[in-house]
Design a protein around this ligand. Structure first.
Ligand SMILES: CC(=O)SCCNC(=O)CCNC(=O)[C@H](O)C(C)(C)COP(=O)(O)OP(=O)(O)OC[C@H]1O[C@@H](n2cnc3c(N)ncnc32)[C@H](O)[C@@H]1OP(=O)(O)O
Ligand SMILES: O=CC(=O)O
Ligand SMILES: [Mg+2]
Length: 566
């Protein structure tokens, strides 16, 4: 095929440099020689092939999401699909877990940032999930540097020199096994156009990573299997079927056996909890389990029931795993996975170490221990840690309760959970809705968007980890409370959430943020822009599907033409 060059100006020199692209591919992101090694013509050809083969299927799946949304908005409830009862009732199992990742008792997650990748791989966790998703702001720089970092990590050559601290970071002898989480199906990659359209973000993340790393990964990490992935935010098994076909195409291109690639699917949307068997079935040759993506799941509960004022959630801090609908989701996930012979992974506790207050730190650690103890006793085979400082405590809980077994797939079947019903999975959570809840949602939402706009996708706020999933809860909850003029509990005054009240809350919380972080940081940051985006989304007549879809327009930078909206 005849190629052509996608030219951009090199700003300092007056020469033209450019990516060598295959026909139909146009790179609109900044040129960088490091990026060019990732965006090689062959790699782009592979990504373009994926895009061309699967774009129609993806479009259809996104249309189906819209249709389902309309049904829920008209009063329907999600539930098990009678048409796929035979899948749920059939006796089948997934391919056996690869030996390299039989033991996944503690997994650390984090963005694909160079130092964090090294720290995570060295952290003592069994697995590191490198994130292009909830924890990453998908700027061109972050995405492309992330690909460079992962290639160096898989090759074992990654290093990082922290000049300020004069510290050099390198990989230990023993490292965690690498999983990569591409973006969700809904996000475009606006810096890569294929046949005149933005590429699908997750196909870019997957395609580039797979193309450059499959061979080395299988030798150094996967003991003959791999690469390994986490798949986010799916709503239906038809979306899992697309991933399965993507994997088969990739395996064919690489000339490796079907079933080499393995993926854990996050069950983190409400519709997907009714599709767990179906999702595993679609991916049965490529599955390595399911995971409780609890934060997006809460977000999805609100989103799915956006037009159901009888199903409002209480304050965000009250929606924990002990609420009946959350516990039922975790129990059914364990039962489903173990019946099908794969891992049932727990979720993320949002607490992180608190350095300057040992009492508060101990209290936070205690919450993490309790959460993890509940998970391991329920039958989860492993769980997530947001920070390396939590790994020893979490590891201890899993070691004490799982002993020498690599996992609990065969030993904890949870047949009792077979009787869980749609009613259990949808049970309305209990708790109050307060002014403090509204304020916290607002303060956290604005600060998160401000960080995201400046390139950081996971941040510590008020001693908790915040990422795209947790920020989404704040956004949709505010939207829903505003939409239905919710009467707040707590002060006995029956204050209603109105636009006026929300306007005052936003003003006061912006002032509070400025006091907390200081005038200088506030001025230099993107708090005002973030406030505008967040406020617009909370007050929109129609709920935006994703916070990051609109915000993405603010971080797209086309070269050499400047910023560009999709
Ligand atoms: C809902 C979901 O999707 S959860 C999954 C997605 N979310 C995530 O992955 C969040 C991951 N965690 C993080 O990003 C971070 O821990 C944060 C933002 C929450 C806190 O970050 P910080 O306040 O910078 O942490 P802190 O200053 O305590 O870091 C101490 C050290 O630990 C390292 N560290 C902290 N978290 C991680 C991590 N997740 N992975 C690797 N290293 C980490 C830091 O790089 C730092 O290293 P250094 O001492 O060599 O400089
Ligand atoms: O991705 C994980 C979640 O909880 O959301
Ligand atoms: Mg998530």
């Amino acid at each position: 095929m005849v190629g052509f060059e996608s030219f951009v100006e090199a700003p300092s020199k007056e020469v033209k440099v450019g990516y060598d692209v295959p026909e139909g591919v146009d790179i609109r992101g900044r040129f960088d020689p490091d990026f060019a090694r990732i965006l090689s013509k062959d790699a782009l050809q592979f990504v373009a092939g994926l895009q061309r083969e699967f774009r129609g299927h993806i479009r259809y799946a996104m249309e189906c999401r819209k249709e389902a949304k309309m049904r829920y908005n008209n009063g329907a409830l999600p539930g098990f699909d009678p048409a796929t009862k035979y899948v749920r009732e059939g006796e089948w199992v997934c391919a056996a877990p690869p030996p390299a990742v039989a033991d996944r008792r503690v997994e650390i997650t984090g963005p694909v940032e160079r130092k964090m990748i090294i720290n995570a791989l060295n952290s003592g966790a069994k697995v590191f999930m490198a994130d292009f998703e909830d924890a990453l702001s998908p700027s061109w720089e972050n995405l492309m540097r992330g690909q460079v970092n992962l290639r160096d990590a898989v090759n074992g050559t990654i290093s990082f020199h922290d000049k300020a601290r004069n510290r050099v970071y390198k990989l230990n002898e023993q490292t965690a096994k690498l999983f990569v989480r591409p973006r969700g199906w809904h996000l475009p990659e606006a810096h890569i156009f294929i046949d005149g359209e933005p590429a699908t973000g997750c196909l870019v993340d997957f395609g580039l990573y797979f193309f450059h790393n499959w061979s080395a990964f299988r030798k150094t990490q996967g003991q003959g299997f791999g690469p390994f992935f986490y798949l986010p935010k799916m709503e239906h098994s038809r979306e899992a079927r697309i991933w399965n076909s993507v994997f088969e195409r990739a395996e064919k291109m690489a000339g490796i056996e079907k079933g080499s690639i393995r993926a854990t699917v996050l069950i983190e949307t409400l519709p997907a909890v009714f599709q767990m068997d179906e999702i595993l079935y679609e991916l049965r040759d490529h599955s390595v389990g399911l995971n409780c993506g609890r934060w997006d799941y809460i977000f999805s509960y609100v989103k799915t029931f956006q037009a159901h004022p009888d199903r409002l959630l209480p304050d965000r801090v009250l929606v924990g795993m002990t609420q009946h609908f959350m516990r039922s989701y975790s129990d059914l996930l364990i039962r489903t996975c173990h019946r099908r012979g794969v891992h049932a992974m727990g979720g993320m506790a949002a607490q992180i170490p608190i350095r300057d207050d040992s009492k508060a730190n101990e209290a936070a650690l205690d919450l993490v221990r309790k959460d993890k103890l509940r998970e391991v006793r329920a039958g989860h085979d492993g769980t997530w840690a947001a920070h390396p400082g939590l790994i020893p405590a979490i590891m201890e809980v899993f070691n004490d309760n799982m002993g020498n077994k690599a996992n609990q797939i065969q030993s904890v079947k949870r047949e009792d959970a077979a009787n869980l019903t749609e009613g259990d999975l949808l049970q309305i959570p209990r708790g109050v809705r307060t002014m403090d809840g509204l304020r916290l949602n607002t303060r956290v939402g604005i600060q998160y968007v401000a960080a995201w706009l400046t390139g950081t996708g996971s941040v510590p706020l008020y001693n908790l980890m915040e990422d795209a999933a947790t920020a989404e809860i704040s956004r949709v909850q505010n939207w829903q409370w505003l939409k239905y003029g919710v009467e707040l509990d707590g002060d006995g005054l029956g204050v209603k959430v109105t636009r006026d009240l929300f306007g005052r809350v936003v003003e006061e919380e912006m002032a509070r943020i400025e006091r907390e972080i200081g005038k200088d940081k506030f001025q230099k940051g993107m708090y005002k822009e973030a406030c505008k985006i967040f406020t617009r989304q909370c007050t929109a007549a129609v709920l935006d599907d994703f916070l990051t879809l609109d915000a993405y327009n603010h971080i797209v930078i086309h070269h050499p033409k400047g910023s560009s909206r999709l």
